[in-house]
Design a protein around this ligand. Structure first.
Ligand SMILES: [Zn+2]
Length: 97
């Protein structure tokens, strides 16, 4: 099929492709990402927030943020993170992160 005619400017533009068949294949793909829900964190009362909050351990904070655990304890001692009393364990208010 020769599309190069005087009345067909579009055909003139593809001059070099005359005689060659051009096949366009369009493939549509869909991917569904399933993000597992975060397991519920234990809740506790935070004095500084004056409300119930989710609490995490310094180890969890270190694992989530990649921040050194000692740095997290320093921030706790400096009062930058909310400390929550919870028996023998140290808990941190998730809202204060
Ligand atoms: Zn708090």
């Amino acid at each position: 099929m020769d599309r190069r005619t005087a009345n067909d400017p579009a055909g003139a533009l593809i001059g070099g492709a005359v005689g060659k068949k051009r096949t366009e294949i369009t493939i549509e793909t869909h991917r569904i990402l399933r993000i597992p829900r975060r397991p519920a964190l234990p809740r506790a009362w935070c004095e500084q927030c004056s409300r119930e909050v989710e609490r995490v351990t310094p180890e969890q904070v270190a694992a989530i943020t990649g921040v050194d655990r000692r740095a997290i304890y320093r921030r706790l001692e400096a009062g930058n993170l909310h400390f929550i009393e919870g028996g023998a364990a140290v808990w941190i208010c998730l809202r204060s992160l």
